[in-house]
Write a protein that binds this ligand. Structure first.
Ligand SMILES: C[S@@+](CC[C@H](N)C(=O)[O-])C[C@H]1O[C@@H](n2cnc3c(N)ncnc32)[C@H](O)[C@@H]1O
Length: 312
C-alpha cells in the first residue's frame, strides 16, 4: 500500500507545484495603465467574466437580514445600497453622472434606468467601451468613452455626481485619481466611491505571510498598490475641490460572501464556461487561488472594502 501512496503523493505534489509556478509566471503585474487596459481587454473579449459574473465586475451586497441572495442579484443590490448610502439618490432625474472605471456599464445602466440619470462611463479598456455600448438599450441615457481616469477630458464642475466602484485599486496615483474626480464634480455635487483597501499597514505592519499574500493580490490582478481607508479619506478631505467632510465605512461584512459565490457561480452555471471551450475552463480555474487569497485577506481584515461619500 505504501508503495502506491508515496508515488501518488509525490505526483500530486509535482502537479500542484507546476500549477503554482505557471500561476506565478503568468501573473498580471501592473506596469502602466496600458497593462490594466490589456488585462481588461482580454477579460472582456473572451466573454468568460461576463458569462460567469454578469455585467457587474464588482462584489455584491449581502444584507445580514436577507439570506440566500443570488450573486448577480447581490451585485445589483450593491449599486442601490451605495446610491442610498452616498446620497446620490437626492439628485434629480436628468442629473449628469460620471462613472469612473465603468467596466461594461453595469452600474451606469442601473443609474440611468432606476434613477433617471444621464450617465457617462469611462474606462481604460477599448473592448469594455465596445461591449458597454452593445449592452445598453437605446432608451437609456448612457454613453461610454475610452479615457484614463487620471486624465479626465472634462471641464471643471461638469458633473452633478461622480460614481466609481472598484477602479481605484488599479490607479498608481491615488491622489491624482481623487483630484480628477473632484475637479470634474460641481460644487455641492455628490461623490460615491467604493474600493479595495488594505488595513492601515503603518499602524499594524503586515507579518511575513501577509506581505507575501498582499504581493500576490497586487501582482495577479494588475494592482499597483493598495492604501488604507483612512489614507484615501484624507486625500479626499484635503482636496481643495471637496467640501472637506468625508464619510467612509468598511463594508467587509456585507461584501465578503461574494468571494465564495464568485467560485460557486462556475459550478452553478457550468455551461457558461464549458461552452467557451477547454481554454475557458483552464482560465477560470487559474483565477481560483487569487479569489481564495482575496477571500482570506478580506475575512482576516488585511484587506478592507472601503466606501466613501463626500460633496464637491
Ligand atoms: C473591477 S473593474 C470595475 C468595473 C465597474 N466599475 C463595475 O463595477 O462593474 C475596474 C475598472 O476600472 C477600469 N480602470 C482601471 N484603471 C483605469 C484608468 N486608469 N482609467 C480608466 N479606467 C480604469 C478598468 O478598465 C475597469 O473597467
Amino acid at each position: 500500500m505504501t508503495q502506491l501512496i508515496l508515488p501518488l503523493v509525490f505526483a500530486v505534489f509535482v502537479l500542484v507545484s507546476i500549477c503554482l509556478i505557471i500561476w506565478r509566471i503568468n501573473a498580471r503585474k501592473f506596469i502602466s495603465s496600458g497593462t490594466v487596459a490589456s488585462a481588461y481587454d482580454s477579460w472582456t473579449q473572451d466573454k468568460l467574466l461576463e458569462r460567469l459574473w454578469g455585467e457587474h465586475i464588482h462584489l455584491g451586497f449581502y444584507s445580514p437580514n436577507k439570506k440566500n441572495i443570488d450573486f448577480r442579484e447581490a451585485k445589483e443590490q450593491f449599486v442601490h445600497e451605495l446610491v442610498n448610502w452616498s446620497g446620490l439618490n437626492k439628485l434629480p432625474r436628468g442629473s449628469r453622472i460620471l462613472d469612473v472605471g465603468c467596466g461594461i456599464g453595469g452600474s451606469s445602466r442601473i443609474l440611468s434606468k432606476y434613477y433617471g440619470f444621464n450617465v457617462t462611463g469611462v474606462t481604460i479598456s477599448t473592448a469594455q467601451v465596445k461591449r458597454a455600448i452593445e449592452l445598453t438599450p437605446d432608451e437609456l441615457k448612457c454613453d461610454f468613452q475610452l479615457m484614463d481616469a487620471l486624465n479626465l477630458r472634462y471641464e471643471d464642475g461638469t458633473f452633478d455626481g461622480i460614481w466609481s466602484v472598484e477602479a481605484g485599486a488599479h490607479m498608481n496615483d491615488k491622489t491624482r485619481f481623487a483630484e480628477e474626480m473632484l475637479r470634474t464634480l460641481r460644487p455641492g455635487g455628490y461623490l460615491a466611491l467604493a474600493d479595495w483597501n488594505s488595513r492601515d499597514l503603518k499602524a499594524m505592519p503586515p507579518s511575513f505571510l501577509e506581505k507575501i499574500i498582499l504581493n500576490q493580490l497586487l501582482e495577479q490582478w494588475v494592482h499597483p498598490n493598495f492604501i488604507s481607508i483612512s489614507d484615501f479619506s484624507n486625500i479626499l478631505s484635503n482636496s481643495e475641490n471637496s467640501s472637506g467632510i468625508v464619510f467612509s465605512e468598511n463594508w467587509n461584512l456585507f461584501t465578503n460572501p461574494s468571494w465564495y459565490d464568485s467560485i460557486l457561480e462556475g459550478i452553478k452555471r457550468p455551461s457558461a464556461i464549458l461552452s467557451l471551450g477547454p481554454s475557458a475552463l483552464i482560465k477560470s480555474i487559474r483565477e481560483i487561488p487569487t479569489i481564495l487569497l482575496m477571500n482570506w485577506a478580506f475575512r482576516k481584515g488585511l484587506m478592507e472594502f472601503g466606501v466613501y461619500r463626500c460633496r464637491g
